[in-house]
Design a protein around this ligand. Structure first.
Ligand code: ZN
Length: 416
């Protein structure tokens, strides 16, 4: 029996991958690069030496260059398409798994540090120069309903520039702050751990979340694991130097950028902040009715992210229960959406159904044009959201009758 589902129970989760940031900066002189563009000459030329005195030697003399040249066949200005995730994974696995003598180890460790600082510096600087109109970040944030969420896999700060466009940001902001630091809120029950209190608060809050699942270059934390500053990242002011050149205000140890490096063993278990976000994201994805994935290519090494996405499929605990009757709609926005290899990946994760509507399957719509997606799907939601917000305020104003009914939501492609 179809029990029906009101618009109020429907909520959407947006997931933003590297393609979303590339899109929002692509008309600029230097767009935020995709994984295989970081070593192109235009980026090296601009960002290697540093803006923050981080290295004062030429790229050719760096340890990173040695690794790129010998282990990846990189030739400056000629063969540059080396995937940054492969380089990170190589360095990590070599250091952790294979024996290396002291001098090799030194080169690997230094190369890893040089790579990390190069990436952080580059991403921080390029995030500033963004498009301002019709960007994915702006429109997505403007289209958010109270229960909708946005999760980003990107380290850049584009989402920071858009947060205030969210109509519900004032309601979401305290939640966002306590995800960063659960000790910042009031203690209500000392017997419960703050984490418990926090999770309960969020889940009862009935409000969508904005999460950075892989951390970000605008966040920093203390390098010392025993310091409270390790579990609670701080937000850096735009324009400040990379965290690695600053120190912790609690204990004076080195600060580190709060990012989950893109390598094969990366894990959401790495610390409280990343882990808490991953668990909150899982809660939201499990009960979402719509999942919109923009500019993400499902890399093989993202096991934990892919596990998270697979949770969008019907929940085995609730099999044959209400959960099964939720219409699950998957929207994929990616220029590769028509590529058979890409579709094969989607099918392995979601087994989606593109033919007709079914209760027990994920119904999918593919967009290979971002502009088409923004025009057909997101912009009508932005208009609707504004009307809905006004409507809600009117309803609150004349509480008595409830005369102002809900407006029908836009975008009903799945019923056509
Ligand atoms: Zn500290």
């Amino acid at each position: 029996m179809w029990l029906g589902h009101t618009a109020k129970d429907d909520y959407r989760v947006y997931l933003l991958g590297a393609g979303a940031s590339y899109h929002d900066t692509m008309t600029k002189r230097l767009p935020l690069p995709l994984a295989n563009q970081f070593f192109e000459e235009k980026y090296l030329e601009e960002f290697w030496r540093s803006r923050s005195n981080l290295v004062d030697y030429p790229f050719e003399d760096s340890n990173l260059h040695k690794i790129l040249k010998h282990s990846f066949g990189f030739i400056r200005k000629e063969r540059t398409a080396v995937n940054v995730e492969d380089v990170f994974s190589f360095l990590e696995v070599y250091l952790s798994t294979y024996n290396s003598n002291t001098s090799t180890r030194h080169i690997l460790e230094e190369a890893r540090r040089e790579l990390l600082i190069y990436l952080i510096d580059l991403i921080r600087m390029l995030s500033k120069d963004r498009n301002v109109e019709d960007t994915i970040h702006n429109l997505v944030l403007m289209s958010l309903g109270k229960n909708d969420s946005v999760f980003t896999f990107n380290w850049d700060v584009l989402i920071d520039y858009s947060k205030e466009l969210d109509i519900y940001w004032k309601k979401r902001e305290p939640v966002y702050k306590s995800i960063l630091n659960p000790y910042s809120g009031p203690l209500v029950n000392e017997e419960k751990t703050m984490e418990w209190h926090y999770r309960e608060g969020v889940n009862k809050g009935d409000i969508g979340l904005i999460l950075r699942l892989h951390g970000g270059v605008g966040l920093a934390h203390c390098a010392d694991q025993s310091c409270p500053g390790n579990a609670t990242p701080i937000e850096l002011y735009p324009g400040t130097p990379v965290a690695e050149f600053d120190s912790c205000s609690f204990c004076g140890s080195e600060l580190k950028s709060m990012i989950l490096p893109p390598f094969v063993h990366k894990t959401y278990r790495s610390n409280r902040f990343i882990n808490l976000q991953a668990r909150l994201a899982a809660d939201r994805i499990k009960s979402a009715t719509e999942l919109v994935i923009i500019g993400y290519s499902f890399p093989e090494s993202d096991y934990e992210a892919i596990t998270l996405l697979r949770l969008f499929r019907p929940n085995p605990d609730l099999f044959a229960g209400m959960s099964d009757l939720i219409q699950r709609k998957l929207i994929i926005v990616n220029p590769d959406a028509e590529n058979p290899i890409f579709q094969e990946k989607l099918s392995r994760i979601f087994s989606p159904n593109t033919e007709k509507w079914k209760y027990d399957m994920i119904n999918m719509k593919l967009y290979y044009s971002t502009e088409k997606f923004l025009n057909e799907d997101v912009k009508p939601r932005v208009d609707w959201q504004l009307k809905e917000y006004k409507n809600e305020r009117e309803m609150n104003a004349r509480k008595s009758s409830g005369a102002a009914g809900r407006i029908t939501p836009p975008v009903d492609w799945w019923e056509k």
